[in-house]
Design a protein around this ligand. Structure first.
Ligand code: NAD
Ligand code: MN
Length: 359
């Protein structure tokens, strides 16, 4: 193929302000990658308010039939129930079977502060995100709400495999460049769970991920498999983040841990993610639509630029992805062009300009 067709879904709020960074970054790589072609696609809360649909069929069809990959901005989901509305990002992950949410969290080598270089592998299709909730009224007139939390062997096993494969890949990278991460031991996967309390659901997650390694010991024998209860994991994450390599977690824990880990590297605006399945992938900054800073042109574009690198790497262009990450790191280290979330005064576009100059 000599083109790269990328579906672009800015959606809401600062999603619209940061997604152009993805396009500009890919364009700046010139002939070192196949010529990128961008297909703008609709989704989001604003769209829902205008048209009554948050995720048009046409968006899904175009992604499935025409695109090599996609980039997503952010959605604004209301925190109360709205009839007919359901988060398009949660729906997209399901429709496209993007079962893994890969979230690397890394501090910049050479910079002061916490030493962290880990990947959170978040299950992306089930857990509480099946969104089967119900409120009933009890005989005494008070209300009771319940939610179904689904964990399946199938989803746990494929997310486990994804985590082990990533750990092997990071292990290889460490051999070439030992300073690539703070964890210096063998490839390590930590299973996050709460099976002391939730023995059926989290118990199944934990057992299934363990059995993926046991069933393929030839491939995974070099991996150190550990596990940690989610609350004590958070404690250790905040105290000694350098001990983590790859962590694998059910959907909700993975969501929460990644925002927490983002605080350790200075800003949510720095943390990228890749929604990955077996046949499609979509880059997406971890942050939301940030209504508190919307419209000011000061959203940090780095999470989006790093997500673009994740997508490129997934599509096989690892060298170009590494170049992007180096450019980002050197702008962060210099500290001349930083958005306000990092204590700077720069605008979104100035940060993008500075990064592309390094490229
Ligand atoms: P948020 O991630 O939007 O913002 C949290 C805080 O981080 C805010 O103070 C914000 O200003 C800051 N921040 C986030 N991204 C930033 C960036 N790139 N640059 C600088 N600062 C940044 O979370 P929230 O405020 O809890 O949620 C806002 C909306 O986003 C809600 O409607 C929520 O449902 C939605 N949301 C969407 C996604 C998604 O699209 N995947 C994820 C999380 C939240
Ligand atoms: Mn989140």
């Amino acid at each position: 193929r000599n083109t790269l067709k990328i579906g672009m879904i800015p959606a809401d709020g600062i999603g619209r302000e940061v997604l152009p960074a993805a396009q500009r970054t890919l364009e700046a790589l010139g002939s070192s990658i196949p010529k990128p072609e961008f297909i703008p696609l609709l989704a989001g809360w604003d769209l829902f308010q205008k048209t009554g649909t948050a995720l048009p069929e046409e968006t899904i069809r175009t992604l499935k039939e025409e695109c090599d990959g996609a980039m997503f901005g952010a959605v604004s989901s209301p925190s109360h129930k709205v009839a007919g509305y359901s988060s398009p990002i949660v729906a997209l992950r399901k429709h496209m079977d993007l079962y893994a949410n890969i979230r690397p969290v890394a501090s910049v080598p050479g910079q002061d502060g916490k030493q962290i270089n880990m990947v959170i592998v978040r299950e992306n299709t089930e857990c509480l995100y099946v969104k089967q909730e119900e409120v009933t009224t009890l005989p005494d007139g008070t209300k009771k709400a319940i939610a179904i939390r689904q964990i399946t062997e199938r989803a746990s096993s494929r997310i486990g495999r994804m985590a082990f494969e990533l750990a092997l890949k990071r292990g290889q990278e460490r051999e070439i460049n030992p300073s690539a991460s703070f964890w210096k031991g063998p490839p390590k996967v930590t299973i996050i769970h709460k099976s002391n309390v939730l023995s059926a659901t989290d118990g199944l997650f934990r057992e299934t991920v363990r059995s993926v390694k046991e069933s393929d010991e030839a491939r995974y024998s070099s991996i150190l498999l550990e596990e940690q209860i989610v609350d004590s994991m958070v404690y250790r994450l905040f105290r000694e983040p350098e001990i983590f390599d790859v962590t694998v977690a059910p959907n909700l824990y993975g969501d929460i841990i990644s925002d927490g880990a983002a605080a350790l590297v200075g800003s949510l605006g720095l943390v990228p993610s890749l929604n990955a399945g077996d046949s499609f992938a979509m880059g997406e900054p971890v942050h939301g639509s940030a209504p508190d800073i919307e419209g000011q042109g000061i959203a940090n574009p780095i999470a989006t630029i790093r997500s673009t690198a994740l997508l490129l790497s997934h599509l096989g262009h690892t060298e170009q992805a590494a170049r992007i990450n180096q450019a980002v790191n050197s702008v962060l280290l210099e500290g001349r062009f930083l958005t306000p979330d990092l204590g700077g005064k720069s605008k979104t576009d100035e940060v993008i300009d500075a990064i592309l100059k390094k490229l």
